[in-house]
Every structure is written in structure tokens, then in C-alpha cells.
Design a protein around this ligand. Structure first.
Ligand SMILES: Nc1nc2c(c(=O)[nH]1)N[C@H]1C(S)=C(S)[C@@H](COP(=O)(O)OP(=O)(O)OC[C@H]3O[C@@H](n4cnc5c(=O)[nH]c(N)nc54)[C@H](O)[C@@H]3O)O[C@H]1N2
Ligand SMILES: Nc1nc2c(c(=O)[nH]1)N[C@H]1C(S)=C(S)[C@@H](COP(=O)(O)OP(=O)(O)OC[C@H]3O[C@@H](n4cnc5c(=O)[nH]c(N)nc54)[C@H](O)[C@@H]3O)O[C@H]1N2
Ligand code: SF4
Ligand SMILES: [Mo]
Length: 698
């Protein structure tokens, strides 16, 4: 029998809406859900490889318990009952000795995390974390310090923009399908794109202007742009007077940062900076300075992102067509939000182990995603208290956090490490228990909220039954809670019961999702009148000088410090993604693996010549005792101070035979970076990393 299911893709964390065709219990076709404006029928290569992923036998097929030493790869397959018993026994002992707070959980964040948050809360622990310290954390706080909304709360109207400025936001390779489609539409309609990156990515190839900036100097560029916009009188006086505070302080601060000064730092000519400012002011307010996504990299990235957002305010490009706009939620449409599962769980009074909520120096940082980098010292020292159990759900810290060797040492102090994954992740390889989640095609999720011009609720719905012995996370949560005697906290037996609970008082029923998979909550797109913009900072103004930052003794405008230049023969290690992989999670995919089986190391042509390295040669890269051999890609398309590699390769889990040992992992060189993070933005400074490169035979 054939059927059509509207759902959400799960081949990366973007969760594009999809339409899935099913025949006789098998998925026969997946395409974009054209009912969702902007998506069309498009899917990316990863999304299209979803069927290959579904049928891949190189993924966990049943719960597994480790039989050898951690990381040794010895496992026995067990039933769910055995796995739950094993986990429950350990949890009971740990909680008996140290209390519920001795359990931590990290996940991939995003719109389904109400479930994981409610799980850890039900276990009696405040220690929920997500991946954000390695992703959007700096941009999130940068945005919040100005507008009171996090990164996800402020959207970009790319389709209607006249000029978009991207700082390493590699929109055509590190994409969301809808977003890249609107970028292409805008460019076809004559919009300009300024792309800034020490490396010419595919997005540079689409740009009207490309600046090969010196690595780590975006903040210098932005200070000079602000200096020029103010001193050449190119900013929107009315908008700033009405909606912003702290302009005089900003103006004083940037006087020292002239375009001529920035030229020395960034290697971008001063006259080009000035010309750019005039061009952009002529297109204002229909312009976008993108605040970044994963800009959490250098020690001053928080300020690079904050000034990018701030330039939008100077140009008045807020809540306007072709600029930035505040994402509207159900409340803005006069509707009720989804009810949260977290509200069902008893409050937890214990303080978090990372100090968020108690440490005054961190008062400007959201508690929500936690600071995962601070879990590691806690595991090692038992301070402020012991944490002995760790669940990694839909998160692979041994890939996504720096320095896996240091992480493993910290994990060795755990009494229980559980990986809940759909793949044999690196962390699964080091875990005590692997619980296979049903894939995104095989499971229902809790309902999600989508903010935008028109807020909506969305649903991921099961298309087929699990191929192997796997379960959806909501059943796993229920299973574990029941085993430890807390089943009454999660009183649901079916996903429909959960959906009905979430939908209470919203005026939306489960059947409303049938037709399109998504239920919009307003009759029309909502754009606020300028005078009615709801800025959510303490003062209700766009705070150029931020109350919250100043209270935490964090500067709103940090004096610029030049980044360290690499020593001779040494380079800053940059990384990024390609369009057909999502981090490391699908390197082993039977189709995607054939597109690029191993990564290479981009190195500047002149630098390579100095060392006698030719394109395609094997080179050895080293940092602090860690060495690996990789093929060189010799090119002018990268700044001489940097080398670049794709992230996600160099898999060490032998159960993934197609990916195992192919290419090199960037995170192994990120030595000591667990302890190198931005106090201002909370992000880990992943790019404060240098490697030496030399021919492999020397
Ligand atoms: N060195 C370096 N570090 C980085 C980055 C980098 O480029 N270089 N990128 C950073 C960024 S931006 C991010 S967002 C993080 C991402 O880091 P992670 O969140 O760890 O990466 P993902 O690959 O998205 O997914 C993590 C795990 O979830 C699993 N998974 C996928 N789908 C499902 C599912 O449906 N259910 C379950 N249970 N598991 C699933 C995958 O198999 C994978 O093991 O890494 C960050 N860290
Ligand atoms: N295909 C695909 N799409 C994805 C993902 C994926 O894994 N695969 N992951 C998603 C996720 S979780 C995220 S966070 C986003 C990430 O999307 P982006 O934030 O766009 O990040 P990256 O792809 O890591 O691109 C990083 C770029 O920054 C450049 N860069 C390095 N140093 C500097 C610098 O000093 N200045 C400037 N201006 N640029 C610099 C690098 O050379 C690189 O080209 O992508 C999302 N989309
Ligand atoms: S970007 Fe591609 S892989 Fe990611 S959710 Fe969308 S279609 Fe799926
Ligand atoms: Mo990310």
C-alpha cells in the first residue's frame, strides 16, 4: 500500500520539511515539502542519501553493552530490558552515593530538546548541556546583548535584500535548503554579496566582492566599518536616536580604529573599506550583516559577531524588508505556545556543575545550553561535586568538542557513559552502553515550534517501522524512568498522548498536521511597525552598551588585540564543511562516502613552495605531539597564515568500515582547547590552534 507522509529530514540538524513516499512499508522517495514556503521540492545530497542511511547495516541494530575495556570495541548485543536494567542499576548506585545531580546529559540542542531536558530534570539533575559552546554560542550572546533575542530569534530576510555581507558564513556549502534558495533568488534578482573569509569557499565563488581577510581579524574590519559609517555620516540617525542607546560611547570607542589602521590588521585596502561603506549605506536599510552561525572560533569572535549585528542597527536594517527581523512566535500571533514536558517534572534545586546560575562572572550567559567545556574539569576533580553518569544523546563530543584524548581521560572517571545514537559514533565507541534510536524515518518526535514571519508548529512523523531493534527517544526516556521508579513523571503511553498534551489550549489538533505537516499560526506574515519593535533588552532599547554585559563586568566594546601570527612553518588550522556531509555523522554513508572518501589539507601556494610541497603530496601535520599524514591541496585560495581541512573525517570507530581511518580528524590537533573559551560569549575558541606542516618523508 502506498502512502505519503509529511515529516522533517534528519540527515543533519537543520530539519528541513520533507515529503516521504512509502510503499509496502518501504520508503521509495523523499523530497522537500513544497507546502513550506521557500523549500520547494528541493533536498540536499545528504537528505537524498536518507534512504541509503536507512538501509545501511553498519549502524547499531540493537542495544549493546561493552564487554572489554572502554574503547576496545568488545560488545555484546542485548535486549532493551537488559540495557535498561544495566543503566538503572548504575544510576541507582550513583544517585544513592552522590544524588541526582551526579548525572549529566548533552544533546544536539534544537527544537525537540524539551524531551531531553525533561528527562534529565526527572532524573533529578540540573546538568543539561547541548553542543552550543562549539556552535552558535558567541553569536547567540552577541545578538542577545544588543536586541534581547538570541541568534535564532533574529531572522534574515535574504530573499529581499539588496546587499548581504557574510563573514565566513559559508551559506552555499554549510546550508539550510530554504536559506540557500533565498540567497540564490536574491542574487539572481541583482542583490550583492560581500563574502569575507581567509579561504575562498564555494560561497566566495558566488560573491560580488570577496575579501581574503587575515585569519581572526574580522573584529578589526568591523571597527573600521563602524568608524567610517559614523565619521562619514552614513548611518541612520533617526533609527539610532529612536531605538538605540550608547551611541556616544560607541562613537568615542571606534575613533582610534580607522580604515588605514584596519588595512594593516586585515590586509584589506583602506580605500576598499571606505568604498564598501558608501555602497552599503546607499542600499540601506535593505542590507544584512550576518551575525554568523558557528562563529565560535577565535578569542574575540564574540566581539566580531556583536559588531556585525551592531552595524545592522547603525544602518537601520532591523524589522524591515530585506534586512533583519524578529522571529515571531505563537504569542505574537495571539496563540498559546506548546505545553512543555519539562513543566511536568519536579523542580531541581541543586546548582549546575558548570557554575551557570551561581557564578556571578557567568551571569550574562544563558543557563539553557550549559557550558559543556566546564563538565570536563568537574569530571576530573569532582568539583563542585562528583558527576559520575553521562548520557550523550544525538551528540558526539569526541568529534565535536576539542582534544578527544583529554576528553577520554575525563570520561575515565565516569561510572556510566551511555551513547544514544543512530550511528556508531566516536563516543559510542568509548561508551559503556549504546542505545540505538529509531531513525528519523522510523520515529515520531515531540511537536516543534518554528518562529519566523509566520510562526508555525511542525511535526516529524514516522514513515516506516524500525528496520532493526531500535526505539524512539520518548520510549527510551519512559523505559529508563520506569526502571528507576520514576515512571509516574512521564505518564504517556503513545506519541499521540504526548502530542495532545503539547497542543492543549493551542487551538490546533493532531489532525491539522495531516494536510501539510506544518500548521501556521497567523493569517498573514507579521512585520511590526518600526515604532512597535519589541526589543527585549532590560532598557527596551537596542543596547550598544549592554546592561547585562556591564553588570557581569564584561566590556561592551573590547579594545582590539591582534591575533597571534604563526611561527615559520606553522599555520592556523581552519576547518569547515562541504555540502554533502554533516559534521562526521554521515562520512560512512554508502552514497555520501563515495563523493569524497578522505579530506585533504589546503595550503597556500607560496607557503607550499617554500617547503617543496606539491599539490597532492603527502604532508605531515603536527601539534603538541599529535601527528598525522594527509594529502596537500596547494592553492592560492587560502591565506598564507592558515591551512584548512574539512571536519568530520578520520573516523576511529572500526565498525564504520567505509570511513574508518580515512582522512584526518581536525579535533585531534585542538590540544588544550577544552580550557580555551570566550568568557564574553561562552564559545570554545576552536581556531586558536596551530599546526606545523612539512613533507611527510622528512
Ligand atoms: N573541530 C571541529 N569541531 C566542531 C566543528 C567543526 O567544524 N570542527 N563543528 C561544530 C559544530 S558547528 C557543531 S553543530 C557540532 C556538532 O556536533 P555534534 O552535534 O556532535 O554532531 P552531529 O554530527 O550533528 O551529530 C552528533 C551525533 O548525533 C547522531 N545522530 C544523528 N541523527 C540522530 C538521531 O536521529 N538520533 C540520535 N539519537 N542520534 C543521531 C550522529 O550519528 C552523531 O553521532 O560540532 C562542533 N565542533
Ligand atoms: N552541508 C552542511 N551544512 C551544514 C552543516 C554541515 O555539517 N554540513 N552544519 C550546520 C551547522 S551545525 C552549522 S553551525 C553551520 C556552520 O556554517 P558556517 O558558520 O558557515 O561555518 P563553516 O562551514 O564551518 O564555515 C566556516 C568558514 O569560516 C572560515 N573562516 C575561518 N577563519 C575565519 C576568519 O577569521 N574570518 C572569516 N570571516 N572566516 C573565517 C573558514 O575558512 C570556513 O570557510 O552549517 C550548518 N549547515
Ligand atoms: S539541509 Fe539537507 S540534510 Fe539537512 S535537513 Fe535539509 S535536506 Fe536534510
Ligand atoms: Mo553548528
Amino acid at each position: 500500500m502506498a502512502k505519503t507522509i509529511y515529516s522533517m529530514c534528519g540527515m543533519c540538524a537543520v530539519r528541513c520539511p520533507i515529503k516521504v513516499e512509502v510503499e509496502d512499508g518501504k520508503v521509495t522517495w523523499i523530497e522537500g515539502n513544497a507546502h513550506d514556503g521557500g523549500m520547494g521540492q528541493s533536498l540536499c545530497a545528504k537528505g537524498a542519501a536518507g534512504i541509503a542511511f536507512e538501509h545501511d547495516h553498519e549502524r547499531p541494530q540493537s542495544p549493546m553493552i561493552r564487554t572489554g575495556a572502554r574503547g576496545e570495541g568488545q560488545w555484546k548485543s542485548v535486549s532493551w530490558d537488559e540495557a535498561y536494567d544495566y543503566i538503572a542499576d548504575k544510576l541507582k548506585t550513583i544517585v544513592g552515593q552522590h544524588g541526582g545531580k551526579a548525572i549529566a546529559l548533552s544533546d544536539r540542542g534544537g527544537c525537540f530538546n524539551d524531551l531531553t531536558k525533561s528527562f534529565i530534570k526527572a532524573l533529578g539533575s540540573p546538568n543539561y548541556f547541548n553542543h552550543d559552546c562549539t556552535c552558535g554560542r558567541n553569536a547567540n550572546h552577541a545578538c542577545k546583548s544588543l536586541f534581547g533575542y538570541g541568534r535564532g530569534g533574529v531572522k534574515y530576510d535574504i530573499k529581499n535584500t539588496k546587499h548581504i555581507v557574510l563573514y565566513g558564513r559559508n551559506m552555499t556549502e554549510s546550508f539550510m535548503v530554504k536559506e540557500v534558495r533565498s540567497l540564490m533568488d536574491a542574487l539572481e534578482g541583482g542583490a550583492k554579496l560581500t563574502y569575507i573569509d581567509p579561504r575562498a569557499s564555494v560561497t566566495a565563488g558566488k560573491a560580488t566582492r570577496y575579501w581574503q581577510i587575515r585569519p581572526g581579524t574580522d573584529y578589526a574590519l568591523n571597527l573600521a566599518i563602524i568608524n567610517t559609517l559614523i565619521n562619514h555620516n552614513l548611518y541612520d540617525h533617526d533609527f539610532i536616536n529612536k531605538h538605540a542607546s550608547g551611541f556616544a560611547e560607541l562613537s568615542d570607542f571606534v575613533q582610534q580604529y580607522t580604515p588605514e589602521w584596519a588595512e594593516q590588521e586585515t590586509s584589506i585596502p583602506a580605500e576598499e573599506i571606505v568604498q564598501f561603506c558608501h555602497e552599503i549605506a546607499a542600499d540601506a536599510p535593505h542590507v544584512i550583516f550576518h551575525g554568523g552561525w558557528m562563529v565560535a572560533r577565535y578569542s574575540d569572535t564574540f566581539y566580531a559577531s556583536r559588531t556585525a549585528y551592531l552595524i545592522n542597527a547603525l544602518l537601520g536594517s532591523i524589522e524591515v524588508k530585506g534586512g533583519l527581523f524578529i522571529g515571531k512566535g505563537p504569542g505574537d500571533a495571539g496563540r498559546k505556545s506548546l505545553k512543555t514536558l519539562t513543566d511536568l517534572m519536579p523542580a531541581v534545586d541543586d546548582p549546575r556543575c558548570d557554575g551557570l546560575g551561581t557564578d556571578k562572572k557567568l551571569s550574562h550567559l544563558d543557563k539553557g545550553p550549559g557550558l559543556l567545556q566546564l563538565l570536563y574539569p568537574c569530571l576530573e576533580t569532582d568539583k563542585p561535586y562528583p558527576v559520575k553518569a553521562y548520557f550523550a544523546y544525538r551528540h558526539d563530543p569526541l568529534i565535536s568538542m576539542p582534544d578527544p584524548e583529554a576528553q577520554k581521560k575525563a570520561f575515565d572517571n565516569l561510572d556510566l557513559l551511555v551513547a544514544i545514537d543512530v550511528n556508531y559514533s566516536e563516543t559510542a565507541n568509548y561508551a559503556d552502553v549504546i542505545l540505538p534510536e529509531a531513525t528519523y524515518l522510523e520515529r515520531d518526535n515531540i511537536l516543534m515550534t518554528l518562529k519566523g514571519w509566520n510562526p508555525a508548529f511542525g511535526r516529524r512523523q514516522k514513515a516506516i517501522e524500525p528496520l532493526y531493534d531500535a526505539k524512539p527517544m520518548w520510549e527510551i526516556v519512559k523505559g529508563i524512568l520506569e526502571r528507576i521508579g520514576k515512571g509516574e513523571l512521564f505518564p504517556f503511553s503513545t506519541i499521540e498522548e504526548i502530542w495532545n498534551y503539547q497542543l492543549q489550549d493551542t487551538g490546533v489538533a493532531i489532525e491539522d498536521f495531516e494536510a501539510k505537516g506544518i500548521v501556521t499560526l497567523a493569517d498573514n506574515n507579521m512585520c511590526w511597525e518600526r515604532d512597535q519593535i519589541k526589543i527585549k533588552t532590560p532598557s527596551g532599547k537596542i543596547e550598544l552598551v549592554s546592561t547585562i554585559l556591564e553588570e557581569a563586568k564584561v566590556a561592551s566594546f573590547e579594545p582590539y588585540k591582534s591575533p597571534d601570527a604563526p611561527a615559520d612553518g606553522s599555520y592556523r588550522l581552519l576547518f569547515g564543511r562541504c555540502g554533502y556531509q554533516a559534521h562526521g555523522q554521515s562520512i560512512n554513508n554508502p552514497i555520501l562516502n563515495t563523493m569524497l572518501a578522505e579530506n585533504s589539507l589546503w595550503i597556500n601556494k607560496e607557503e607550499a613552495a617554500k617547503q617543496g610541497i606539491q599539490d597532492g603530496d603527502l604532508v605531515s601535520m603536527t601539534n603538541n605531539g599529535t601527528t598525522a599524514t594527509i594529502r596537500a591541496k596547494v592553492t592560492e585560495l587560502i591565506h598564507p597564515e592558515a591551512v584548512f581541512m574539512l571536519h568530520g573525517y578520520g573516523r576511529s570507530n572500526p565498525k564504520q568500515t567505509r570511513a574508518f581511518g580515512k582522512g584526518v580528524a581536525d579535533q585531534i590537533f585542538e590540544k588544550g582547547l577544552l580550557d580555551n573559551w570566550s568568557r564574553a560569549g561562552g564559545g570554545v575558541n576552536l581556531l586558536e590552534c596551530f599546526v606545523t606542516v612539512k613533507p611527510a618523508n622528512l
